[in-house]
Design a protein. Structure first.
Length: 430
């Protein structure tokens, strides 16, 4: 590498046949220069093919301004819980990847409209991690922090910033752990890091602020509803799912419709009449007990029932199985799961079925094998999402070991996890 060129510099590389402009990145191959092109893609160029490298612009150590928490007495107040994820990160040219922002206050420099809607009373940072590193202990910590903030009179609601990959798990966990909810709890995110022109952080934060002031006292997820920067949807925390690896409108309502539509200026339009209403006289309780010996298993053709034997041996107390169709696993073939399910249930394990199809409802009464599985003790969770079912089962098993109570609570509609009246409108059209 030329002495005057370093990571982050914008350079012009000349070879025998072409000139290539890009940002110089560290290369882990000693014989290759690595460039990030303006298109966003990385390109490797063999060093022995480079005739000349010219530095067009030296890298600058860019400090992100921090929007200090402004004193806006005329605005209603909310608090923020920052936990990490892409919404809390920006591109690091020394690695070519993204890294966390230094302080959560830096996020709000990128969404100045936020301060037109609310004043920020406080920003809590219980931890800063990628969402794939989340576990039940993190959900518990968020829930306890959220309950404390919701019970403060000065807060009209709260926003939680979070990575996208497991955001729907956290939304479901908080939906069950925050009992007697009195104000909105809004989770939001970004699919594009905050340094990019296409970042979705600004619109998502602005819309989240409006949702936090609304009359919807539920755990909800707020984010882009289209690929444009025009509006967001507020989705119930137990009825949404990440449906695309990179699109900004990745989260969609499943077996349900959006709670509300929020435009780029923060104007909120209610789309659902049935929701828990704001009642600031209530006191929120953080009910965070959780049984971690719970698994989520996908059934597939040829799957062996020995999986259940493994979980029994490991002392697991509950399993959610993503079943095929209306709620099926093999019952007639040589790999029948029926004997293993009966053994698991008799050993004290709770077995639940959730729909592998994502959309639609399970029904054990249509086919004979469904009836056999029901008689064996399987709890059919109707239209509940598998991820929501996994979280709910862990939460329920943290409360009781009695089979009758477990079944009764699992089938109770606690946080809108069941939709008793599915319609054609809950399945997305082309």
């Amino acid at each position: 590498m030329p002495k005057k060129a370093g990571p982050g510099d914008i350079v012009l590389v000349k070879t025998e046949t072409e000139e290539i402009k890009g940002t110089l990145l560290p290369s882990f191959e000693k014989d290759v220069f690595l460039l990030k092109l303006e298109s966003g893609y990385n390109m490797g160029i063999k060093k022995d093919e480079v005739k000349e490298m010219k530095v067009l612009k030296k890298a600058a150590v860019e400090a992100i301004p921090e929007s200090k928490i402004k004193a806006q007495a005329a605005k209603p107040g909310i608090s923020i819980i920052a936990t990490g994820g892409t919404i809390s990160s920006r591109l690091d040219y020394t690695t070519g990847g993204v890294k966390p922002l230094t302080k959560p206050e830096q996020i709000f420099f990128l969404a100045p409209k936020l301060f037109d809607i609310v004043k920020i009373n406080s920003i809590e940072q219980p931890f800063m991690i990628a969402s794939e590193d989340m576990s039940a202990e993190h959900w518990q910590k968020i829930a306890k922090t959220a309950a404390e903030l919701l019970n403060k009179k000065e807060n009209k609601g709260i926003i939680i910033t979070h990575g996208t990959d497991t955001l729907h798990y956290t939304a479901a966990a908080l939906s069950f752990m925050l009992r007697n909810l009195n104000k909105p709890v809004v989770l939001t995110y970004a699919q594009r890091s905050t340094d990019r022109g296409s970042t979705d952080a600004a619109l998502n934060l602005t819309c989240a602020a409006s949702a936090a002031l609304s009359n919807i006292a539920e755990v909800m997820l707020v984010g882009h509803a289209s690929t444009s920067d025009d509006f967001c949807h507020a989705l119930r925390g137990t009825k949404c799912r990440k449906m695309h690896t990179s699109r900004r409108d990745t989260f969609k309502p499943i077996n349900s419709g959006p709670l509300a539509k929020i435009d780029e200026n923060g104007k909120l339009e209610l789309l659902e009449k049935n929701f828990n209403k704001r009642d600031e006289n209530k006191k929120v309780i953080a009910d965070t007990a959780f049984e971690e010996k719970v698994a989520l298993v996908k059934y597939f053709p040829g799957a062996k029932p020995e999986q259940l034997k493994f979980f029994i041996k490991q002392g697991y107390r509950g399993i959610v199985i993503e079943a095929t169709g209306l709620g099926h696993v093999a019952t007639e073939s040589k790999h029948s799961w029926l004997p293993a399910i009966k053994k698991a249930v008799s050993s004290g394990m709770t077995i639940c079925f959730a729909p592998q199809t994502i959309y639609g409802r399970l029904d054990p009464y249509v086919y004979a094998n469904g009836r056999k599985l029901l008689e064996a003790g399987v709890i059919f969770l109707e239209d509940m999402l598998p991820e929501t079912a996994y979280v709910k089962l862990g939460w329920v098993l943290g409360k009781t070991k009695k089979p009758d109570e477990i079944k009764q609570i699992m089938l109770q509609n606690i946080a809108g996890e069941f939709n008793r009246s599915l319609s054609i409108s809950t399945f997305p059209a082309d």
